[in-house]
Every structure is written in C-alpha cells, then in structure tokens.
Design a protein around this ligand. Structure first.
Ligand SMILES: *Cc1c(COP(=O)(O)O)cnc(C)c1O
Length: 493
C-alpha cells in the first residue's frame, strides 16, 4: 500500500516556485474581515503627539497595520470560534475545563493543569510560591513581566545567554541558547539553595524571537539534575521554537511539531504559558506532572485567579484555548508567521536596513542603534524609530529598548542591551501585500533616517513605564520628517 500522502506531518508546508520569486503562501482563507484605517500623514502626526510618542497609547482608529504585539491578536480559526458556542458555563467542574485539561495533556504531556487569566498571572503564582528574598534565577533572557514578577518577592534575574545572542547580524540558528558554562559557574557562585529554578524561555521575546535547541535544553536539564534544581519552561512562544527546531536542528528534521513540543515539555518540571500568544485566545496556565508542585501552586490560583476550573478565564476562552493548543501542533498554522517574518527580514537585510538575523519568531526586529547611530541611547532610539515609522506609515510597532528597561537606584537609565523596533507578525492576520508595504516604507525611512531625532520622558510611571509613559521629541524633527514625506509622496497616503 502507498504511504499516507495527506498533508504530511513531517514535510515543510512551504510551496515551491519554479519561476520567479519564492514567496510564502497562506494555507488558510480569509472568511471574516475587518476594515482598516489609513489616515493622512498630518493626522498620524497628531495622533502620535496625543499618544505622548508612545505607540501603546494610540487608538486602533488611527492605526493601519497593528504590529504592536502578537498578544491576543493572532487570528482565531473557524474551529476555535465554533468551539465557543458549546462552552459549558459553570463555576466549578465545567466540562469546558475538562476539555482544556485533555488538550494540555495531549499537547504538553502534563497531567496537572492550573488555569490563569494570562501569562503574567502564571508568573505571579510560580514566582510567589518559589522565590525568596535574595534568590537568583538563571535564564536565557528575561521578558518584561517575568523580571517584574521575579523582583516582586525579592529575586534577581541572571541572564546567561551565549556570545551570539545579542549580535544583530548572525547566522547562528539558536541565539536563545543558555551558556552551559555560565550556568555551572552561577550555581557554584550562589549555591543551590539560592537557585529555586532555572527558566528557559522559548523563542526569547526581547532579543528577537530567537529559539533554543533541544540539544541545549538537554544540557541544561543535565546540570539541573546534577544539582536537583527545577527547570521551568516559559512556553508562551513554544510553537515557533518547535518550528525552528524542526527547520534548524538536524536530529529533529523528520519529527512532527507535536513530537518536538512534547520533547521540550518532557524536559521541563513546570511549564507555563500565555495563551494570548500560544493559542490565539486570552488566558494562560501552568502544567506539571509533579503532584507536589501542583499542590504548592493550586491554593494561589484560587487566591489570585479564581476557582481551579476557570482561573479568571471565561468558559468560551477555555474552549477556544483547547482548540488553539491543538492547532499549535499543526505546522501549517504555526509556520505562517515565521515565514512572513523571514520574507520581511530578508528583504530589509538585502536593502541595507539593519535587522536582527537570522529571522526569528514573533516579529521582525529593526536595530535602532544601527538605524539611528546619531541618536544617543539616553534619547531612546528605539522609541524614536517606532514613533517615526508610525508617522510615515500608519504601522504601529513596539519599542523594545531602553524605554522598556528601568532606572538604577541613582535614577539613571539602565541602557538596554539592544534597541529594537519590533514589528510583530500576529498569526494569519496580514497579507503579503501588507508586508510589502511595510518593507517599502521602512526603506524610505532608512533613506531619510537623518531626519529622526530623540525623545525624552514627560511622564514616567514607576513600574513597567513603557506601557503608559509619555514622551516628547527633543526637537521639531517629527514636523521635518512629515514635510519630507509630503514632498516625496504628495497627497497620497
Ligand atoms: C507575553 C509573554 C508573557 C506574559 O504573558 P501575558 O499573557 O501578556 O501576561 C510571558 N512570557 C513571554 C515569553 C511572553 O511572550
């Protein structure tokens, strides 16, 4: 009998072109659409002024392509929407929760599951339970909410990435790896008692959506086992990490995404995730096979989130999350955004626009230090580039640089390792022509980069300042940039 020739679990879902340009092709169709607004440039300038030059404070009424984040903005599948209609409303013992538990077991291989209303809530619970004043948490890289929630009970993060991790231009396939020697040294320095767990983040968000390899994870596991330290996996972007493992790690070329996901989770004692990313819904959760860990955390879920069968989520979200988790095993689903990102990154790279390479998950990351060498880091080049790009394109990106950092005790900015404009590529949301528009406008901006100046804080909140802080330009550069745009583009948008 002929082998199964259905959409192969083990083959890449990329369509080859024999004539012309290789382009990623969507393996889904669009059935519900939402109208977008592309406002004229002077209205965009006014909008960003009103938003204190902070893209978080823009209204989507004034945004053309919303590339702020992939959080809660991935497109849902028809199956997900359909599942919401059969949700079982109950405070306790909801069948919707049982279906979710089953999906978690199937996808992550973990028996015990605790729901939480989003990723940071899972972090809050885990870190509250395991971190004491003065503890040290080794990790490949931090995420903003992770750092804040580790520092809350008095913990300190220690990033032990490899020398490749922060290089803008690189061909290293796994920039998200942990440096094993640094891990060993750290354990020696602080002692096992001070290290409640090691954290690995799949597709490291803040350094460009860069994955780690299974080989690296196995080595981390080995060190953890030697010292009886727990390994915690932040699985918020696990689908993309699994996809890159399949693409880039020889031993896993022939494995299915489902098998790779399981391998990563099997190596972890505790897995937590933001469902806003991994399964295109709200919500999040924590899972484990260790009943003692489960017991240690479950009362905190009841205290902070809600009863154990909803954890702050609605039953509709719970149903959609179960379907979304299963869809993470489907390569045609999780490969779309990395393929579009690769297309954008490679086009920009070829055009001389400084971008983080190799292309990662989550989005395209523009190197603002390379783009704006004339803007000092204390004037927030990534924030300035984000605002400038919005003015000239209506595209909303996110600053991932020093504005997303914090100040030291003396009040000085702790300069971020990287100054990035992140253009997130939520799953199955944008078309290739929209991506081409982004590439075109970025190239125009790069040619006119000298016109862009810096920013300074006008209002600065004490925690997670990037969300609600307000800034002003250090000169009238936004007006000059708009004038040049009008000169080149005339009355067109
Ligand atoms: C988004 C994210 C979180 C936090 O999740 P929320 O649902 O936004 O609270 C944690 N870790 C990583 C890696 C993330 O990308």
């Amino acid at each position: 009998m002929k082998k199964n020739t259905s959409p192969a679990a083990h083959d890449s879902p990329v369509i080859k072109f024999i004539v012309g340009e290789q382009i990623p092709v969507e393996l889904h169709k669009v059935r519900i659409v939402q109208k977008l607004n592309l406002k004229p440039v002077n209205e965009r300038l006014r909008a960003i002024q009103d938003a204190g030059f902070n893209s978080f404070l823009l209204s989507t009424q004034d945004v053309f392509l919303d590339m702020l984040t992939d959080s809660g903005t991935n497109a849902m599948s028809d199956q997900q929407v359909a599942s919401m209609l059969v949700a079982d409303d109950a405070y306790a013992g909801s069948q919707s929760f049982e279906r979710l538990q089953k999906a978690v077991k199937e996808v992550f291989g973990k028996k015990y599951f605790l729901p939480a209303h989003q990723g940071r809530a899972a972090e809050h619970i885990i870190f509250h339970a395991f971190i004491r004043q003065g503890d040290v948490i080794p990790m490949n890289y931090h995420f903003t909410t992770t750092k804040a929630h580790i520092e809350l009970p008095g913990g300190v993060i220690e990033e032990i990435f490899t020398s490749e991790a922060l290089k803008i231009k690189s061909s290293h396939p796994f920039k998200g790896n942990i440096d094993i020697e640094k891990l060993k040294k750290l354990i020696k320095k602080h002692g096992v008692d001070r290290i409640p767990f090691v954290r690995m983040e799949a597709s490291t968000n803040l350094i460009g959506g860069q994955p780690f390899s299974i080989e690296n994870m196995r080595q981390v596991r080995k060190v953890c086992d030697q010292h009886k330290i727990m390994l915690v996996l932040d699985a918020s972007l696990i689908g993309e990490n699994a996809y890159f493992i399949k693409q880039r790690e020889a031993a896993f070329k022939k494995k299915s995404i489902a098998e790779i996901l399981r391998t990563m989770c099997d190596l972890s004692d505790l897995v937590y995730f933001s469902s806003r990313k991994v399964s295109s819904t709200r919500g999040g959760g924590i899972c484990t096979n260790d009943v003692h860990l489960y017991d240690k955390l479950k009362d905190l879920v009841i205290l902070f989130e809600g009863f154990l069968t909803y954890g702050g989520m609605s039953v509709r979200e719970i149903e959609a999350m179960a379907v979304g988790l299963r869809e993470t095993q489907d390569e045609t689903c999780i490969s779309q955004s990395p393929q579009f990102i690769k297309y954008l990154v490679e086009h920009l790279d070829a055009a001389g626009v400084p971008v983080v390479t190799p292309a990662g998950g989550l989005g395209c990351h523009i190197d603002a230090k390379g783009f704006l060498p004339h803007v000092p880091q204390t004037e927030y080049p990534a924030g300035a580039l984000t605002a400038a790009f919005y003015i000239i394109s209506g595209v909303r990106g996110m600053e991932r640089g020093t504005i997303s950092s914090v100040r030291d005790v003396s009040g000085k900015d702790i300069l971020a390792d990287m100054e990035l404009l992140r253009l997130a590529m939520p799953r199955r949301v944008f078309t290739l022509s929209q991506v081409k528009y982004v590439a075109d406008r970025l190239q125009w901006l790069h040619k006119n980069r000298k016109l862009i100046g810096g920013l300074q804080f006008e209002y600065e909140p004490a925690v997670l300042r990037f969300f609600t802080g307000r800034l002003t330009p250090t000169s009238d550069w936004p007006q000059k940039l708009m004038a040049k745009f009008k000169k080149d583009f005339g009355n067109s948008l």
